[in-house]
Write a protein that binds this ligand. Structure first.
Ligand code: GMT
Length: 380
């Protein structure tokens, strides 16, 4: 099948999911066309079945805001026509579903009917999308999608609670491709980051407010009071500088390593002992799942879709948002004893297996097939 995928090309979870999905679909023989403003960070173009079409937005001084939606919908029209695309899959409702719908309408004028699948990822609903300035357009574009999917049951319920949705929402969880990482028997380079006697605690995110970065630092402060440990902070974002200052104020600056954005997340997780995700909300928590796949237990908050991923007392522990003391106590419980830590590591890997791409990809393929049969009419 010829599939166009629209996503954000950055380090955010939705872009990562869209990219990994496209790569996996190409490996299954589909032709994948990514349409976005920059080459997605996890995309390697070394496949004849993967194509990347860059959306250019010409700057014009009259515009205070350059019209990306307009450029994207025009690019979609051209790409869909030129390559005979059969299914359009947009990740993240804003503004992708809106631009996708406009492209659909323009194509209809030329007798081309293509189904649009919209995947809701989280902040497009729970943070940004529900803002009154966006809500009518988001509601409209979800209702106008031919198929809507959400990455967790919790996000589905939030969408139904926050918007007047007339469409069915199919839950297709996020996934990981275990075959890409040779986790077994892998030499992890612990010595790059810590001494032999130190536990390695990791946090990976876009360092936005919703991630509660200060909680990460406070939890780690308690941990390192009880045992030798290092904290590795991976990512970039508005809260990073405050976190750097906080770690200095708390006197733990030399134990906290800020790595910035990284394409080597698998190498970092390979030598991590614990992952911290104390977010305010999280529709799924892809970073936690990636950690679990690398045998890293998770200490997290219990909000949003996280309980669908992190299993209480099995793959880690969950606490109410902001309950830093409890999170720290649970972290210490896991880290202080090798046998306990190893049990949690085994469990994390086992549960993560449920989300392996081999189980999730067929769900997307089924959605494409159904949408294609129901809505596709071609007049190229
Ligand atoms: O906040 C982020 O982590 C980025 C954001 C995105 O859309 O790129 O992540 C959302 O989508 C991810 C992939 O589906 C989910 O795993 C994250 O939980 C979700 N983030 C939030 O809901 C805050």
């Amino acid at each position: 099948m010829k599939i166009a995928i629209v996503c954000y090309p950055t380090f955010g979870g939705s872009g990562v999911v869209a990219t990994e999905l496209g790569i996996a679909l190409a490996n299954r023989g589909h032709d994948i066309h990514f349409v976005t403003y920059k080459q997605p960070v996890r995309l390697e173009l070394l496949s004849e079945r993967i194509h990347f079409h860059e959306v250019h937005v010409p700057e014009y001084p009259l515009f205070q805001y350059q019209p990306y939606e307009l450029a994207l919908s025009s690019k979609l029209v051209d790409t869909i026509k030129f390559f005979g695309i059969e299914v359009l899959h947009v990740h993240y409702a804003i503004p992708h579903a809106y631009a996708g719908y406009m492209a659909k309408k323009m194509l209809e004028e030329e007798g081309i009917h293509i189904p649009m699948i919209t995947t809701l990822h989280g902040t497009d609903i729970t943070l940004v999308g529900k803002h009154p300035f966006y809500k009518p357009a988001v509601t409209f574009s979800i209702n106008k999608s031919d198929v809507v999917t959400s990455v967790s049951e919790n996000l589905k319920q939030s969408t139904l609670n926050l918007f007047h949705i007339k469409k069915e929402i199919n839950v297709i969880p996020n996934f990981i491709d275990k075959s890409k990482y040779n986790v077994e028997n892998k030499e992890c380079e612990r010595s790059l980051m810590a001494n032999d006697n130190e536990r390695i605690v990791t946090h990976i995110s876009n360092f936005r407010k919703v991630k509660r970065i200060a909680d990460v630092i406070h939890i780690f402060k308690e941990i390192q009071d009880k045992m030798a440990a290092k904290l590795i902070m991976v990512g970039e974002g508005p809260e990073k500088e405050k976190a750097e200052i906080l770690s200095e104020t708390l006197g733990i600056k030399d134990k906290v390593i800020f790595l910035g954005n990284s394409n080597q997340v698998d190498r970092i997780l390979c030598f991590s002992d614990l992952f911290l995700l104390p977010s305010e909300t999280e529709s799924f928590g892809l970073a936690a799942l990636e950690a679990m796949m690398h045998r890293v237990p998770v200490i997290s908050s219990n909000t949003g879709g996280i309980p669908e991923v992190n299993v209480e007392g099995v793959t880690g522990y969950m606490s109410n948002v902001g309950n830093v003391e409890e999170m720290a106590l649970n972290a210490i419980k896991i880290l202080k004893d090798d046998s306990v830590l190893n049990k949690f590591k085994d469990n994390a890997e086992k549960v993560a297996h449920k989300f392996d791409i081999t189980n999730v990809l067929p769900l997307y393929e089924a959605v494409y097939e159904k949408a294609f049969k129901t809505y596709y009419k071609n007049s190229y």
